[in-house]
Design a protein around this ligand. Structure first.
Ligand code: 13P
Length: 388
């Protein structure tokens, strides 16, 4: 009691001095410059984003790095040669009528400059199909010093020059994937680093005419429940939008590539598509401004059917944004297996790709049913510490 009195009398101003104390500590007005040169590409960015976010269409992610593409080819007994990568990518982009369901294709740098087997540029084939070519621009994940075994994403050095060249080559949008791990924290540092990197990348991309796909992937790894994913996702998107605002990113000229809000891959309790949709839409409403034209989900190791069902559940009512897909594994898995590197199987493999593309197109419109889906398409594809 005595010490409390001492504290009161010696450190705090008397009531009669409150006004003066407030005056002394009142913050001086801060001058903030809010005048920022708009991207010379502003109108084009909005148009590109809207084209990609068009009804019944989504993105085919085929931007596997050469190392990851090698793993895919190895799974069907093929060597990781440029010829094999070219054969597979040719199969994907020449699937007849692909543009009915696919509005954009994300390419790895090699593919942006690659020709199809028949000599036509892959970029030209995509454009003829009505598909906007995009490009993965990040340089992959490396350990984040000072964190809990987490990672950060490299690629900002020289990005402006690379993107200017990609634009010349025909790319009109970009992708940067960084990851957040729930079992490893995530630490405040890892989330801030992910958000800042994405925001710098987004600003640089808009400056060079490319619509940035902003992808802080919250990995499926872990035993946590859906509530924990929801909590982490809210934090990640709050930081990401704060950082993007600080970097003067034009929200109407970006696309997002979030993870759906699901339980961890090793959680005991699984979630129904309705629960995934409820949590994911709640997240989007809390964190994503309606000016963002498109939310293009990643599949992240879900089975082909699960990814489609979840998307369909999210499109049962009107949304302020185009809610769609940007899947790699959930579009390509059956296609790759059906092909198996055998030229005679190309048509069947293309049909498998078209089947998934059409199913997800229907899911974008909220009209998909899983009746008649093959058992293999229901098998999960989760891989621990997945790299791209
Ligand atoms: P998945 O759909 O296989 O998770 O791929 C996501 C991705 O980031 C590809 O661009």
């Amino acid at each position: 009691m005595a010490s409390a009195t001492l504290l009161k009398s010696s450190f705090l101003p008397k009531k009669s001095e409150w006004g003066a104390a407030r005056q002394l500590t009142a913050p001086r007005p801060v001058t903030v410059s809010v005048v920022v040169r708009a991207s010379a590409y502003a109108d084009e960015l909005v148009k590109t984003a809207k084209t990609i976010a068009s009804p019944g269409r989504g993105i085919l992610a085929m931007d596997e790095s050469n190392a990851t593409c090698g793993k895919r080819l190895a799974s069907i007994g093929l060597e990781n040669t440029e010829a094999n990568r070219q054969a597979y990518r040719t199969l994907l982009v020449t699937a007849p009528g692909l543009g009915n369901y696919i509005s954009g294709a994300i390419l790895f740098e090699e593919t942006l400059y690659q020709s199809a087997v028949d000599g036509r540029r892959i970029v030209d084939i995509l454009t003829e199909q009505g598909i906007v070519p995009g490009i993965k621009v990040d340089k992959g994940l490396v350990p984040l010093a000072g964190s809990n075994d987490e990672s950060w994403c490299q690629g900002l050095d020289g990005l402006a020059a690379r993107e200017a060249a990609y634009y010349q080559q025909g790319a009109r949008f970009a992708k940067w994937r960084t990851v957040v791990s729930i079992p490893n924290g995530p630490s405040e540092l890892a989330v801030k680093e992910a958000a800042w990197g994405l925001a710098r990348y987004a600003a640089i991309s808009q400056d060079n005419g490319l619509v940035p796909i902003v992808e802080p992937e919250i990995l499926l790894d872990g035993e946590h429940g859906i509530e924990r994913t929801f909590e982490v996702a809210q934090k990640v998107w709050a930081e990401t939008f704060y950082a993007m605002a600080e970097n003067n990113v034009m929200f109407e000229g970006i696309l997002l590539k979030p993870s759906m809000v699901t339980p961890g891959a090793e959680a005991k309790d699984r979630a129904t598509p309705e629960q995934v949709a409820e949590y994911t839409l709640k997240l989007l409403h809390r964190r994503i401004p309606p000016s963002v034209p498109g939310i293009m989900f990643l599949s992240g190791g879900q089975s082909e059917v699960e990814a489609t069902q979840n998307l369909n559940a999210m499109n049962q009512g009107p949304n302020p944004w185009h809610v769609s897909f940007s899947y790699a594994r959930a579009l390509q898995n059956t296609c790759l297996k059906t092909w198996g590197g055998v030229p005679e199987n190309v048509k069947a493999a293309q049909d498998a790709l078209l089947l998934r593309a059409k199913a997800n197109s229907l899911a974008q419109l909220g009209k998909y049913t899983s009746d008649g889906e093959a058992a293999e398409a229901k098998e999960g594809m989760f891989v621990k510490n997945y790299s791209y």
